[in-house]
Design a protein around this ligand. Structure first.
Ligand code: G1P
Length: 305
C-alpha cells in the first residue's frame, strides 16, 4: 500500500519567537500570503499524501480552524459579490483527510511523534515538521523522492538533509554519512552537536519517512538534549541496531525555510514576498530604493524594557 499518512507535529510553544507566539501558533505565522502550515500541507498534498495527522498542543486551535470549511465566510463572499476571493479558500476543499491528536505534555519532538502511534498503527508514514517550508512556495518534491528511496531500498527511515554553515550545526540534527552523495546511508545522527563535534554540516531538514518500528524505539528513548525525548536519539538507536537509515539531500535549488527563529523567519518572509507575482516586483523596487538611500547602521533597540 502506498504511504498515505503524514504526521505534522505542531505542539511546540515557539519560545524562540516570543512575543509573536504568545497567543498564536508559530505554524500560523504569515510567510507572504499564507500561514506556514498551509505551505506544509500543500507540499504534502503535491507529494501524494492524503491523510494528515496534526499533533497539537495548547493554543493551537487556529490550525484546526484554518483547515476547516468555513461555510459562513463562503456565503458572505457570495452574497456580497466577492466571488473572486473564493479561490483564496480553494485549499479548504483539497481532497485531504485531517486528524488531530494532542501532545498533553511537552516532552519533546520524539514524544510528539509517539503520540501519533494510535492513529498511524503499523503502516509506514511521513513526518513533516509544521514550522518548516521546503522550497520556495513549497514547490518541493523531496518527500516523494524520499518515499521512493524508502520503498526501493527497504529502509526503516529516510531523512531529508540540507547543508548548513558550520556555526548553525548547533540548531539541528546532524548526519554522519557513510559516503558522500545525493542519497547516502547514515552511520550516525547527532542532535544539536557543538561545532567542534559535528560529524558533518548536513542538517536534518524537517522531513522524515519512517517504518512503524520507530514507535518501538521511541518508547524506549530516554530524555536527551534539553531533557526532551528526541526523535534523533530514537533514529540513532535504530542505526545502532543495524536498521537501514538513508539521507536524501534537498535537490539543487531547494532550501528549507525554518520558521522557528527570527533570523530565518524574516528572511523567509522577504523572499516569499519578493516572489509574489502581484506584489513582488513593486516590493523589490521599494526595497532597492530604500536600501540605496539608507546607510547601514546599528539597529536601534525599541523594546519596552
Ligand atoms: C528539530 C529536530 C532536529 C531538526 C530540526 C529541524 O529540532 O530535533 O533534529 O534538525 O527540528 O528539522 P527543533 O527545531 O524542534 O529544535
Amino acid at each position: 500500500m502506498p504511504i498515505d499518512m503524514a504526521v505534522v507535529p505542531v505542539a511546540g510553544r515557539g519560545t524562540r519567537l516570543l512575543p509573536l507566539t504568545k497567543s498564536q501558533p508559530k505554524e500560523m505565522l504569515p510567510v507572504g500570503r499564507k500561514p506556514v502550515v498551509q505551505y506544509v500541507v500543500e507540499e504534502l498534498a503535491r507529494c501524494g499524501l492524503g491523510r494528515l495527522l496534526f499533533v497539537t498542543g495548547p493554543g493551537k486551535t487556529a490550525i484546526e480552524n484554518h483547515f476547516d470549511i468555513d461555510a459562513e465566510l463562503i456565503t458572505n463572499l457570495r452574497e456580497t459579490g466577492r466571488e473572486e476571493l473564493l479561490q483564496e479558500l480553494a485549499f479548504e476543499r483539497e481532497d485531504l483527510e485531517y486528524f488531530y491528536t494532542r501532545q498533553r505534555r511537552q516532552l519533546g519532538l520524539g514524544h510528539a511523534v509517539l503520540c501519533a502511534k494510535p492513529v498511524v498503527g503499523r503502516d509506514p508514514f511521513v513526518v513533516a515538521l509544521g514550522d518548516s517550508i521546503i522550497g520556495l512556495h513549497a514547490q518541493s518534491n523531496v518527500v516523494r523522492l524520499m518515499v521512493e528511496q524508502f520503498e526501493s531500498n527497504g529502509a526503516d527511515v529516510v531523512i531529508a538533509f540540507e547543508n548548513v554553515p558550520r556555526e548553525e550545526v548547533v540548531q539541528y540534527g546532524i548526519a554522519k554519512p557513510r559516503k558522500q552523495g545525493e542519497v547516502f546511508e547514515l552511520d550516525d545522527l547527532v542532535e544539536k552537536p557543538d561545532v567542534a563535534e559535528a560529524p558533518s554540516t548536513l542538517a536534518v531538514a524537517a522531513r522524515y519517512v519512517f517504518s512503524p518500528v520507530v514507535f518501538d524505539y521511541l518508547q524506549r528513548t530516554p530524555p536527551g538534549k534539553g531533557g526532551e525525548i528526541q526523535l534523533t536519539d530514537a533514529i540513532r538507536m535504530m542505526i545502532r541496531d543495524g536498521r537501514k537509515a538513508l539521507g536524501v539531500r534537498l535537490p539543487e535549488g531547494e532550501q528549507r525555510f525554518d520558521i522557528g527563529n527570527f533570523e530565518s523567519y524574516f528572511q523567509a518572509f522577504v523572499e516569499f514576498a519578493l516572489a509574489d507575482p502581484d506584489y513582488g516586483p513593486a516590493l523589490r523596487t521599494c526595497l532597492v530604493d530604500w536600501l540605496s538611500s539608507h546607510e547601514p547602521k546599528q539597529a536601534e533597540k525599541t523594546r519596552w524594557s
